[in-house]
Design a protein around this ligand. Structure first.
Ligand SMILES: *Cc1c(COP(=O)(O)O)cnc(C)c1O
Length: 394
């Protein structure tokens, strides 16, 4: 596999996805495919003694199998799953207490923005949003009571890239700060934040990790035993856990993650290059392209970019509407990371809740379209985009 100056893939990823935590010997039946254990309770040999499982919220064999595999994929020691990506985030934020402060990158996922601004703030935990890709901003935002740094890289829909190692170094030199990276856009196949000193990696498994657009789930992966113990306690105490059936589905999907990500990466680059040479396109924001302003940071910390990226055309809202409703292979829908290609208009869809002024500052105009390039034949995707451009600009 060519790596073209990007981080070389560590060997063994697909083998871990297919085997780790899934030894047939762990089941009495020696099942090769991990069984779906639906039981909510487990027989105890004697009062207050158990054989590893007591009650379905605190632990389930199918869920544990998935958590063990997820931890290994990120090179972490402990994995935890939750009922959604936001469920994982809500639980992680509860590591903090009243009076603590969070610094977050400004261009975060809309749901994260809403959680921090409208829910967590009511618990007496304040948050400062800043563009951590601008030198000096992070140092300025960190206060005496800052206990968590929240990063997403690349960001959405602007594809800003944070230098993870540099951000960790700054945070750790200025306080006792837990660094969190939302790695949903890249997955551990393309980026392993723990390798750069990050404390907690967060996922919306709903996206690439499950990849089949049929499960809502989240995860957190950590190395530190103390943070892990606290998260285990919170996972059980707050109870935002996924079902055994969904755990089975995600575990099954992970087996093809390496294959899927290679194809997403390859097709998205073909589409991005095609767009870059289209006369109606004024900018393509794709971190895996030399034209991206953080291309060098991307090469340093990732093994390439996934299928999500954005572009701006020379029209306005009218052209965007016509373009999006003319697509036939791409589906006009929110979300990303599934096998099917999606297209959307952030200004009126995923980012409609961002106040207009902030949207302007972030450059989220009506001419900015976000794509999630799926696994269809790339020639069909290009033909679809071509005819949509013709319809929009005729
Ligand atoms: C979708 C998404 C989330 C939220 O995850 P859910 O599973 O929908 O709760 C968080 N972060 C990013 C980057 C996402 O794309």
């Amino acid at each position: 596999m060519a790596h073209n100056g990007f981080l070389k893939q560590k060997p063994g990823f697909a083998t871990i996805a297919i085997h780790t935590g899934q030894e047939p010997e762990k089941w009495n039946s020696a099942a090769v495919v991990p069984p779906i254990v639906m039981s909510t309770t487990f027989k105890q040999p004697a009062p207050a003694e158990h054989t590893g499982f007591e009650y379905g919220r605190s632990g389930n064999p199918t869920r544990n199998t998935l958590e063990e595999c997820l931890a290994a994929l990120d090179g972490g020691k402990h994995g935890f799953t939750f009922a959604s990506g936001l469920g994982a985030m809500s639980t992680v934020v509860m590591l903090l207490s009243k009076g603590d402060h969070i610094v977050s990158i400004d261009d975060v996922y809309g749901g994260t923005n809403r959680l921090l601004r409208q829910v967590v703030s009511r618990m007496g935990i304040d948050c400062t949003f800043t563009d951590t890709t601008v030198p000096g901003n992070l140092e300025k935002a960190i206060q005496k009571n800052t206990k968590m740094l929240w990063l997403e890289t690349p960001t959405n829909p602007n594809m800003k890239v944070v230098d993870i190692a540099a951000a960790v170094k700054t945070a750790k030199s200025l306080g006792d700060i837990i660094v969190v990276v939302d790695n949903t856009f890249l997955t551990p196949y393309l980026q392993k934040p723990l390798d750069f000193g990050v404390d907690i990696v967060i996922y919306s498994l709903t996206k690439y990790m499950n990849g089949h657009s049929d499960v809502v789930m989240g995860a957190a992966v950590v190395n530190d035993d103390v943070i892990a113990e606290k998260l285990r306690f919170l996972q059980n105490s707050m109870g935002i856990v996924p079902s055994p059936f969904d755990s089975y589905l995600v575990n099954r999907s992970l087996k093809t993650l390496a294959l899927r990500m290679e194809r997403h990466k390859e097709s998205a680059l073909v589409v991005a290059k095609w767009l870059e040479s289209h006369p109606k396109v004024i900018e393509v924001m794709h971190p895996g392209m030399p034209s991206h302003k953080s291309y060098n940071i991307t090469k340093k910390q990732t093994s390439g970019h996934s299928g999500v990226f954005s572009f701006k055309h020379s029209g306005d809202l009218k052209e965007s509407r016509k373009f999006l409703s003319s697509l036939k292979v791409f589906t006009l829908a929110e979300s990303l990371g599934g096998y099917e290609s999606l297209a959307e208009l952030p200004s009126v869809m995923t980012h409609a809740s961002v106040p207009e002024k902030q949207r302007e500052e972030l450059g989220i105009t009506h001419a900015l379209i976000r794509l999630s390039v799926g696994l269809e034949d790339v020639e069909d995707l290009l033909a679809d985009l071509d005819s949509a451009f013709k319809a929009a600009f005729e």
